[in-house]
Design a protein around this ligand. Structure first.
Ligand code: GAR
Length: 190
């Protein structure tokens, strides 16, 4: 049995937090979520973190002069909590060099398309507008670009002719909830 220390993870999220839920509820999770970070003081995910007893770091970027100012403060809090991995789960903000430099190769994102198709916001809507028959989910390392980092895992989701944004997003998220905890388990064990 592997008796090594469990990795400390911070999940960053801006919205509902269904992926955060999936990570927290994953029965064989082999890492600890030590912080939930949110840039949206009213985000639903903050209440979820409280219900799991996870400490939150919540900030409003508009309270700061610029990105490096709030990231510097955030970085200090992450270090104090001994965070080793950053897991983005619907964090709708681009990370700056303050965080990227310190956590190189240790920041993971999940994106609702088969990258490199449909980067950026509203990937599900972009896929429907493009008329693709297959979309999916990508888990990738985060670099300084938008959804450009090295791909770690992908899973395809069929797009049906009658799909709406809501129905396709629902099926994509079902895949996300399954694949993200599994991939994170593997990565954080290395
Ligand atoms: C997820 O579907 C995730 O793939 C997407 O936001 C959703 C968050 O849902 N992320 C992006 O679009 C990032 N570019 P959740 O808050 O219910 O986990």
């Amino acid at each position: 049995m592997n008796m090594e220390k469990r990795a400390n993870v911070a999940v960053f999220a801006s919205g509902t937090g269904s992926n955060f839920d999936a990570i927290m509820n994953s029965p064989d999770r082999n890492f600890d979520v030590v912080r939930l970070v949110s840039d949206k003081p009213k985000a639903h995910v903050i209440g979820k973190a409280a219900s799991f007893g996870i400490q939150t770091i919540v900030f409003d970027p508009s309270d700061y002069e610029d990105k490096s100012a709030y990231e510097q403060e955030l970085l200090e809090q992450l270090k104090r909590a001994r965070v080793e991995w950053i897991v983005l789960a619907g964090y709708m903000r681009v990370l700056g060099e303050t965080i990227l430099d310190e956590y190189k190769g240790k920041i993971i994102n999940i994106h609702p398309s088969l990258l490199p198709s449909f980067r950026g916001i509203d990937a599900v809507g972009q896929a429907l507008d493009a008329g693709v028959k297959v979309s999916g989910v990508t888990i990738h390392y985060v670099d300084e670009g938008i959804d450009t980092g090295e791909i770690i895992a992908q899973e395809a989701v069929t797009v049906f002719p009658h799909d709406t944004k809501e129905s396709l997003q629902r099926r994509i998220q079902q895949v996300e909830h399954n694949i993200y905890p599994r991939v994170l388990n593997k990565l954080t064990k290395e």
